[in-house]
Design a protein around this ligand. Structure first.
Ligand code: IVH
Length: 672
């Protein structure tokens, strides 16, 4: 054997041994090599690789950390959207989930059998997707908005629980494994203390620490963080048939070298689910990472396909949150926040306390009556509750601990931001500042107008808006369209490039879809969904501006309160004048496509491959806007598979099942 061949053999052996040792340590938690032995082999490998750079393997454990930091993350479009889960907050809601599943299946199937479910942890970390081509880890991305995320491949490579190469004898052309990156709980406190000591802000919880760690441009920093990974699903696949049940899919994923939920099990019916949920609630305390519940999934993939999706979450799964955690702490103060509708909200300022893994320092008290109802005084000991992602709440005071130094809270008679008049109409719980020029109201409205789901003006976030208001550059939304580059450059910390970028982002936002525009206006009770309903009904801005309460009430899902709020908004001269100014300044509100809003009702689409004119997100939005459904997998219930370039295995499956396949052009025709 030649010399080089023997070096190659030795390198291969070391890579394999170290990878195996890492797998046993990080994935199976059953170490086989001592630390000293691991280090010795690692150093030998490093030395050999330095001497023979041409023999270095990309999956070598020494190559987990790349050498050059990035300057920015690029965007990745998910081939299969990464949606979210509906929550069940208690056992009653878990029962309701099972009921819905069975009722749906009965309607579609004619049978109301007990359903087999799987149970696994609801990991409280950062969702990611990992793509492997021919067994090699090629790309990893964050969930982002579910359709597009950030490419964080280099950072993910540093996480030892993520295999750089799949453990599989079978050829796997392409697979995406999905799961959650977690920051381990035990090192979290110490990590935060170190941050504080070095003058950095501490992270509020391990989830934020995981997210912050993945967003480092220098992977060498990520490599130092105690991160781990658990897989909970499969995204897109090519050239591979996956098992027909979630349970078997997860076993398959585990066989490829990924850690999966240690609590994964199959159960029968709602009684099985509840028993497993209770067990997991007890076991959670001894886990080395944070979980905030269990996820229940219908085990059979064909049944999953039948159940399909709602707007953003599957009908076949639910996140069952653990019951709330409570702590007591000191109510240091009650301050007033002024929102975009002028609402004055009392907020509790608390002595920071850790409640179920999260440090709580503020909690909304909703309104004046709520403060009274709870009998809160400043200086009280209070009970704070947190339930999963739900905003922390002050539940009650502990009067027995009062020492007489507590102070009554007095609700202000005028706005604490602008000293403007405050009104609280009969029968309403909320007091509002009525000064249309209140800077706090203006800034909240502007922040809302420019947010991602509204006008999406990049660079016009909270800090920037405050800066503009502080320097009196804007007094209402329309004023942002009058800003000049010179004005921005004169602001502190604003250079030429950032000013130019902001002006460009503002210009770009002038073209805006009607539903986004209605949402951006910040009308009371009009969230994203209601804005879409209103836009679908009105189709054009002019028609929207002429809607009456009676007409609004005819729109399905629009209730009395919303109709009243919209009419009040449309009847307000100042608001109409502001909209007129926006139009004058070139804001072009695009009418919603003039098609029947529900032409795709009952139709399920599966999108695959890359489209020439549409992003995946845009194609999905089209289907949803026309009341169709989008699913991630092809079944006999799929109405159409829309195939772009490089379509992958879904096209094969569609052909196999005889599902109609559409080209992008045909798809666009169907959408009108
Ligand atoms: S399955 C179609 N399983 O929870 C959605 N998600 O609110 C499929 N999560 O962003 C998701 N643990 O990151 C699933 N065992 C688990 C999970 C899990 C945590 C996260 C996930 C998602 C969020 C949904």
């Amino acid at each position: 054997m030649g010399e080089v061949a023997s070096f190659k053999q030795r390198i291969d052996l070391l890579v394999d041994e170290l990878t195996e040792a890492s797998y046993r340590y990080y994935v199976l938690s059953t170490p086989t090599l001592s630390d000293a032995e691991y280090d010795r082999k690692y150093r030998e490998l490093e030395k050999l690789e330095a001497e023979h750079p041409d023999l270095v393997r990309p999956d070598s454990p020494t190559k987990r950390v790349g050498s050059t930091p990035l300057s920015a993350f690029t965007t990745v479009t998910h081939r299969v959207p990464m949606l979210s889960l509906n929550n069940a907050m208690n056992e009653v809601e878990i029962g309701e989930f099972d009921d819905q599943v069975r009722r749906f299946l009965e309607k579609e199937h004619g049978r109301r059998d007990e359903v087999e479910y799987t149970i696994e942890h609801k990991f409280d970390g950062v969702a990611i997707t990992l793509a492997y081509r021919n067994g090699e880890f090629v790309q990893g991305a964050t969930r982002g908005d579910g359709y597009e995320g950030e490419d964080v491949t280099l950072n993910l490579r540093t996480i030892k629980a993520i295999p750089l190469k799949l453990r599989s004898a079978q050829a796997i052309p392409y697979i995406e494994v999905r799961g959650e990156v977690l920051f381990l709980s035990a090192p979290f406190e110490a990590f935060n203390e170190e941050r504080v000591a070095s003058g950095e802000e501490p992270f509020a919880n391990p989830r934020n620490a995981a997210s912050g760690s993945l967003r480092q441009l220098d992977p060498a920093i990520t490599a130092k963080r105690p991160l781990t990974f658990f897989a909970y699903g499969i995204g897109d696949v090519e050239g591979l048939t996956i098992p027909e049940s979630h349970y078997e899919c997860m076993k398959f994923v585990a066989s490829l070298g990924f850690p999966i939920s240690p609590s994964l099990r199959k159960v029968s019916g709602v009684s099985g689910v509840l028993a497993a949920y209770r067990d997991a609630g007890v076991a959670r305390m001894s886990l080395p990472f944070e979980v905030d519940g269990v996820v229940v999934k219908v085990n059979s993939l064909p049944l999953q396909a039948l159940l399909g999706f709602r707007q953003r979450s599957p009908r076949w799964a639910v996140a069952c949150k653990f019951p709330p955690v409570e702590e007591n702490t000191m109510l240091l103060d009650i301050v007033i926040q002024v929102g975009r509708t002028g609402a004055l909200t009392p907020v509790a300022v608390l002595e920071p306390v850790r409640v179920g893994g999260v440090v709580v320092a503020r909690a909304t008290l909703h309104n004046e009556d709520e403060v009274r109802r709870k009998g809160l005084k400043i200086g009280d000991r209070v009970i704070v509750r947190r339930q999963g992602d739900v905003i922390p709440a002050v539940v009650a005071n502990i009067p027995g601990l009062r020492d007489g130094t507590e102070r009554e809270f007095i609700f202000p008679q005028c706005c604490p931001e602008c000293e403007g008049p405050v009104a609280r109409p009969e029968g309403e719980k909320v007091a509002r500042c009525t000064n249309p020029r209140c800077p706090s109201k203006i800034s909240q409205r502007l922040i809302h107008y420019s947010c991602r789901d509204a006008a999406d003006i990049e660079g016009l976030g909270e800090k920037m808006v405050e800066l503009l208001i502080e320097h009196r550059l804007v007094a209402d939304i329309s004023a942002i369209f009058e800003l000049t580059q010179a004005q921005l450059e004169a602001l502190p910390r604003m250079g030429e490039t950032s000013s130019k970028n902001l002006i460009a982002a503002i210009e770009k936002s002038k073209k805006i879809a009607l539903n986004k525009f209605i949402f951006a206006l910040g009308i009371r009770h009009v969230g994203e969904r209601t804005a879409l309903l209103l836009a679908r009904h009105a189709k054009t801005l002019d028609k929207f501006l002429s809607l009456t309460e009676a007409e609004l009430l005819q729109i399905h899902e629009v209730g009395e309160e919303t109709a009243k709020a919209v009419e009040a908004y449309l009847g307000n001269d100042a608001e109409r004048a502001m909209i007129a100014r926006l139009r004058q300044q070139g804001v072009n509100v695009l009418p919603l496509e003039d098609v029947q809003a529900s032409t795709l009702t009952g139709k399920t689409f599966v999108l695959t491959g890359t489209f020439a004119t549409l992003s995946r997100k845009e194609a999905e939005a089209k289907v949803l806007a026309l009341s169709g459904k989008v699913s991630g997998s092809v079944s006999k219930n799929t109405s159409y598979v829309v195939a772009g370039a490089d379509p992958g295995s879904k096209l094969d499956k569609a052909k196999e099942l005889g599902v109609t396949v559409l080209s992008e052009e045909e798809f666009l025709k169907i959408c009108g």
